[in-house]
Ligand binder design. Structure first.
Ligand code: ASP
Length: 293
């Protein structure tokens, strides 16, 4: 038996002051383990707490897309399997739907099918847009030139991306990595996506190897601009380093240093846990917490 270890985060570029929410999520994960739950149960329990925390961009409080809609992505993974949803609308805890997908023969279910699965397994619906998220969206749309810009993006996507990036990229996504006392690993992540994304855009969170990865050497989750995390297959790379004997902290430090060198303008954060310990690294700032027993 080993020491159980949990790390949680509240998103690259999010305010460090919300780290108390990450601590509460760690406590929920340890509680799930204490009740005999698996590493996967613990990762899900942690992310449910973060999704219900309105200060985070996941579940309630998710960011609005360019058209004012909310579409969420979430994933769960352990060394045995993977389940994810993308473009899910109006369900309180997307990570629970990802957990339900994990139990099916499928790996990723999107849109209407994901919502139908959620309702079929009895998961509650919710209004995910908060007043704070609506205000942020309105302010960003103002920066983008509102009506005129909204008409423009359909024809000139490049201009859209440049302007959207200037208006503020990723932030506040949530994630958790867990090592249970039996040495098994799991990870979970959930997000409303990046600010002012096109409807239907899917980020890194529900893509194994990109925003989440678990294998025999450990568990990894990422946060930040999903397009970059995906292109770099960042979590798979960190896991590969750990499998080669690099400790978790050094593996995430190296990955962040590489991102910073190539893309100094992009916010990215990583959490990892391996057989020996855990690590967190970020290009700028990221609220996170760890707990063990
Ligand atoms: N990685 C998330 C996405 O691109 C956003 C974030 O981490 O804040 O959907």
């Amino acid at each position: 038996m080993t020491e159980a270890l949990v790390l949680t985060h509240g998103g690259a570029a999010n305010d460090a002051a919300v780290a108390d929410g990450c601590q509460a999520a760690c406590a929920a994960a340890l509680d799930a383990l204490g009740r005999g739950g698996s590493a996967l149960d613990a990762a899900v329990a942690a992310v449910v707490v973060l999704e219900d925390d309105e200060r985070m961009n996941a579940g309630t409080g998710s960011t609005l897309r360019l058209d004012g809609s909310i579409q969420t992505d979430a994933a769960v993974m352990d060394a045995r399997g993977f389940g994810a949803v993308a473009g899910l609308e109006g369900i309180k805890n997307p990570v629970r739907v990802a957990r339900a997908v994990y139990e099916t023969p499928h790996r990723l279910i999107v849109g209407r099918g994901a919502r139908e699965l959620a309702l079929r397994v009895g998961l509650p619906e919710a209004e995910l847009a908060t007043a704070r998220a609506r205000e942020k969206h309105a302010a960003r749309m103002q920066t983008l030139g509102s009506g005129m810009f909204a008409a423009l993006w359909a024809d000139v996507p490049q201009v859209f991306w440049q302007k959207a990036a200037q208006a503020g990229g990723a932030c506040d996504t949530v994630g958790a990595v867990v090592r249970a006392a039996d040495g098994s690993f799991a990870a979970a992540g959930s997000t409303g996506g990046i600010w002012c994304a096109l409807p239907g855009r899917v980020g890194d969170v529900p893509i194994p190897g990109a925003g989440i990865h678990v294998g025999e050497a450990g568990a990894v989750v990422a946060t930040g601009v999903g397009e970059l995390i995906w292109a770099e297959l960042l979590c798979a790379r960190v896991h590969e380093a750990m499998a080669g004997g690099v400790p978790a902290q050094r593996a995430v430090d190296d990955a962040i240093a590489a991102v910073r060198a190539r893309h100094p303008e992009v916010d990215v954060g990583l959490l990892a846990v391996d057989r020996r310990g855990g690590g967190a690294a970020v290009t700028a700032q990221m609220p996170w917490a760890r707990a063990q027993r």
